[in-house]
Design a protein around this ligand. Structure first.
Ligand code: AMP
Ligand code: MG
Length: 413
């Protein structure tokens, strides 16, 4: 079927179509290779961490009750019964009135429930220790199982492995985990006017910008980019390159040719593939309306706008969360990955109702106040708006704009 018109759907509808694609397969990865990947399994702690009560400070392990109320003027006196090493597992029970010298990280003897810092003590000779500060149970100690209790569900499938997670897994002796593999993402630039970046400029040609920006953003989202170069506005050539890119990747991105003009061949190229379907042509966002979602077999193909700024906004708002979804991330469109800053809008900013607007803004620091956000207007064919912008402000589809002085959320880019 030939589509020669947009059938524009909302961003939410577009998102739910994207969420119907299945994530990538799961493989066993070493924990350092799993960094940035998404877990494909729930993980349960195999043991208690710490495995025993430990000291957070250099000092003396005590019964908190024995030094309760101690002050500079009214110290408590204890007998030192041991000098513990950091690698020692004490085999005695601390008696009331006794204390044991303990280094940071050392294991507390049974009975001890607090540590007093060495700074608040004085050795008086012949094993007597003066304690000049009160203590409470648990003070300056890390309790057994406080980081992770044996059998606890520490991570759920769908969680992205961060550096601190790698630390916990290492501490628990978990050297490898099941994680979703990175999706391979094919990138095709289309247009008769496009030339490689090495080619000297002349009127009528434009250097291919999108291959390069898309590559960065695919990597940033966690995908593995593969560039298929520039393809002329020639249906047969586009079909050949698209078929190759689909065979070799989990997702294919085409930029340019996504609108409804004579030379806009993306829809036709997708439709010419075997077992293909156009799921959407047009999404109610600005910039970024001429965006196409197709399916070839089980693989997604996205036709993106050619305009250099539009395609960057569509990458940020739709394609990068989609890549995270393909990597197995739960709620990948829920904005939690986005650094957000509160700012005050400098000027009234109108927006057409019925479409979600991504307004580029410059942030101006102010003393003692939240930053001021100045909207940057400009043509989506120019790189300028995105170059100048510090972030994007999203005006929802059901609003006609935002007013000067309003507090807004700016998504830092
Ligand atoms: P199109 O959607 O193919 O009509 O492209 C819209 C505008 O974006 C045209 O002015 C194209 O020259 C420009 N454009 C398309 N693809 C690229 C690209 N890869 N790099 C820079 N500009 C592009
Ligand atoms: Mg074109």
């Amino acid at each position: 079927m030939l589509h020669d018109f947009f059938d524009i759907i909302s961003r939410e509808e577009f998102e739910s179509l994207l969420l119907s694609f299945a994530p990538t397969s799961i493989e066993i990865k070493s924990i350092s290779d799993a960094y940035g990947l998404v877990l494909g399994e729930d993980i349960f702690s195999p043991e208690d961490l710490p495995p025993a009560n430990r000291s957070c400070m250099d000092g003396y392990a005590v019964h908190a009750r024995d030094v309760f109320g101690a002050t500079e003027g009214n110290p408590a006196y204890l007998e030192q019964c041991a000098q513990l090493r950091v690698d020692e597992a004490p085999d005695f029970t601390l008696k009331h009135g006794d204390c044991a010298a303990i280094p940071t990280g050392g294991t507390l003897p049974d009975g001890a429930d607090a540590v007093v810092m060495v700074e608040h003590t004085q050795e008086l000779g012949s094993g007597t220790i003066e304690v000049r500060k009160s203590s409470t149970p648990g003070e300056h100690t890390m309790l057994k199982g406080e980081d992770a209790a044996k059998g606890e569900n520490i991570y759920k499938a769908g969680h992205t492995v961060r550096f601190q997670d790698v630390g916990l897994l290492a501490a628990l002796g978990i050297g490898s985990v099941k994680a979703h593999i990175k999706p391979r993402v094919g990138i095709i630039s289309t247009g008769d006017e496009l030339v490689e970046i090495e080619v000297p400029p002349r009127a009528g040609t434009i250097r291919d910008v999108n291959s390069h920006t898309l590559r960065c953003l695919v990597s940033k989202a966690g995908g593995i980019p593969a560039n298929y170069g520039i393809v002329r506005d020639d249906l047969n050539k586009l079909k050949t390159t698209l078929a190759k890119a689909i065979a070799e990747n989990d997702l294919v991105l085409l930029s340019g040719g996504s609108s409804v003009g004579m030379r806009d061949l993306t829809v036709r190229a997708i439709e010419s593939m075997e077992d293909s379907e156009i799921l959407a042509h047009g999404v109610a966002i600005s910039p970024g309306k001429p965006t196409i979602l197709g399916k070839v077999g089980s693989k997604p193909v996205l036709g993106l706008p050619g305009q250099v700024t539009s395609v960057q906004v569509v990458m940020l708002s739709i394609v990068m969360p989609f890549i995270r979804h393909l990597m197995g991330q739960k709620d990948s469109f829920a904005c939690l990955d986005r650094p957000i800053l509160l700012a005050e809008l400098e000027r009234n900013t109108p927006s057409r109702q019925g479409r979600e607007d991504y307004v580029r803004v410059i942030l101006k620091q102010r003393k003692g106040k939240i930053p001021l956000a100045e909207p940057v207007y400009g043509k989506s064919g120019l790189l300028r708006t995105m170059i100048k912008a510090d972030g994007l402000m999203i005006i929802p589809a059901d609003m006609e704009g935002s007013y000067a002085g309003e507090q807004i959320q700016v998504w830092l880019i």
